[in-house]
Design a protein around this ligand. Structure first.
Ligand code: PGA
Ligand code: ZN
Length: 418
């Protein structure tokens, strides 16, 4: 039974406040969870409650969310069985009562939801991935490793936010991680040799400014080869342009040689050209969050060979995912628990994907913490894909290190990839 719920205002990887929750059971077991925070957020995401008191953290404090956990949610779920995740999540949704979880705060609600799951798993002495996914949960996700950062994650050193590598030729998680880390090291040498600074962005990829966005793809392909891998065979590329961030009034603005790109037709043509030239297997948020037509066009053009992922356009929201499935606007969903606000709703979004034959990618946020919940969650859901940044910055590496542990624990029973 849940005895008490505590919360704390902690810092995320950008030095901004976020919520950590402790769910204490009457047998002394404690489950904790820390909530991440995005920068390139979708406008339909569940609401992250911030204090707005400019005298503290420039208004970004989360003392209200913390208070809501301790004085409203905690007392309300006291005595409940932590194994009743669906029941507790629904109870919290009703307790909030607003459509975007803005009254109590989605950051407060998700913290409680995830800490409840952790407490239940601990009380049962079961690893979190097995608790959430059942005893059959044995599939390690193939990582999409973000090694060049642009967009809102690096003050727009490039227009496109994420250039990722995907170790498609690796046959285990630990080998995939090694492929990725070796390529990251090779990229560092390559950039240094060309006189670039090798500082990193919010997700741990290098924040390098090229004249042309396309140079990012070219230099990554070089780094893959320099690390001793065959581009496209051992390691492929994935993009998250996060196009909402450079779309204003329906027009796309590329500062780094956009080849005249201004509307979604031209942007789709640019992706087609790149896909013909580079081994790109996944494009997330290639168009802006309101550009449903653009998503349909991109899917029609490239959807048979490229994974077309919706992030800002879908915001892990089952209603929006259902619409995208019906309208063929994409063929995969990015899954971020804090976009929707409870563990149960996140699982519902994934079930919808599964039913439609859509792929899904479990994801971190650009502001994250040492919490590794999504590592276990990715294994529990079994989709075979995770996106959790580069192989540097400990809030990113924490997830990878947890996956290494899970892989060893599963031993010969471990499966890998989508
Ligand atoms: P965010 O970025 O966490 O800043 O929203 C991640 C993404 O766009 O996938
Ligand atoms: Zn994204």
């Amino acid at each position: 039974r849940i005895e008490s719920v505590r919360a704390l205002e902690i810092l995320d990887s950008r030095g901004q406040p976020t919520v950590r929750v402790y769910v204490v059971l009457d047998n002394g077991v404690v489950g904790t969870a820390s909530v991440p925070s995005g920068a390139s957020t979708g406008k339909r995401e569940a609401l992250e409650l911030r204090d707005g008191d400019v005298g503290r953290y420039g208004g970004k404090g989360v003392q209200k969310a913390v208070a809501h956990v301790e004085t409203i949610m905690g007392p309300a779920i006291r005595g409940m069985d932590p194994r009743g995740q669906a029941e507790i999540d629904q109870f919290l949704i009703d307790l909030d009562g607003s459509p975007g979880k803005g009254r109590l705060g989605a950051n407060a609600i998700l913290g409680v939801s995830q800490a409840v799951a952790r407490a239940a798993a601990r009380a049962l002495d079961t690893p979190l991935y097995a608790y959430l996914g059942g005893t059959g949960a044995n599939r390690l996700p193939r990582p999409m490793i973000n090694i060049l950062n642009g967009g809102l994650h690096s003050d727009f050193t490039l227009d496109f936010q994420e250039f990722m590598i995907v170790p498609v030729g690796a046959d285990s998680f630990r080998e995939a991680l090694r492929y990725g880390a070796e390529t990251f090291a090779a990229l560092r040498q390559l950039l240094k040799a060309r006189g670039y600074a090798t500082r990193v962005g919010d997700e741990g990829g290098f924040a390098v400014s090229f004249d042309d966005n396309e140079e990012a793809c070219a230099v990554i392909v070089e780094a893959i080869a320099a690390a001793g891998y065959e581009p496209g065979v051992d390691i492929a590329l994935a993009l998250d342009p996060a196009a909402s961030a450079f779309c204003k009034d329906g027009t796309y603005h590329l500062a780094h040689n956009g080849h005249g790109v201004s509307d979604s037709r031209a942007l789709v043509a640019l992706y087609e050209r790149w896909v013909g030239k580079y081994p790109i297997l996944s494009i997330e948020d290639g168009l802006a969050e309101d550009d449903w037509q653009g998503f349909q066009d991109l899917t029609a053009r490239l959807g048979d060979k490229v994974q077309i992922v919706g992030d800002d356009i879908l915001v892990t929201n089952p209603e929006l995912i259902a619409r995208a499935i019906a309208e063929k606007a994409g063929n995969a969903a990015l899954i971020k628990p804090n976009q929707i606000g409870t563990v149960s709703e996140t699982i519902a979004a994934i079930q919808l994907c599964r039913k439609a034959g859509w792929a899904f990618v479990v994801s971190h946020r650009s502001g994250d913490t040492e919490d590794d919940f999504i590592a276990d969650f990715a294994v529990a859901m079994g989709g075979g894909q995770i996106k959790t940044g580069s192989v540097c910055r400990s809030e990113r590496v924490a997830k990878y290190n947890r996956l290494l542990e899970i892989e060893r624990e599963l031993g010969r029973g471990a499966q890998f990839g989508p």
